[in-house]
Design a protein around this ligand. Structure first.
Ligand SMILES: [Zn+2]
Length: 92
């Protein structure tokens, strides 16, 4: 996966299908805490960069990479080193 800091980002909601392949719940409404600045935001509100193989989510507060998600022929790779924690609200 290639990061391109000059590309115009979509918002994280554009990755709903890719996230749905890995998580049964709608992860775009899960909240994520940035490990860099501590900002808390829904994953769908983070800035999304990506290409055909995956997505790179950057914090809307400090631009740090918080999630890397890629779909390879072998499977789905999730790297969340930039996220301090993720909170998914229990279904109502
Ligand atoms: Zn941040």
């Amino acid at each position: 996966m290639e990061e391109n800091g000059n590309a115009i980002p979509l918002d994280g909601n554009a990755a709903a299908g890719l996230l749905g392949e890995l998580f049964a719940l709608d992860m775009t409404v899960a909240t994520l805490t940035c490990d860099g600045c501590g900002a808390v935001a829904e994953i769908g509100a983070e800035r999304l960069y990506g290409g055909s193989m995956g997505a790179i989510f950057r914090c809307s507060g400090c631009s740090a990479v918080v999630v890397r998600l890629s779909h390879t022929p072998a499977g789905i790779f999730l790297d969340m080193r930039g996220a301090r924690c993720v909170f998914v609200r229990a279904p109502q």
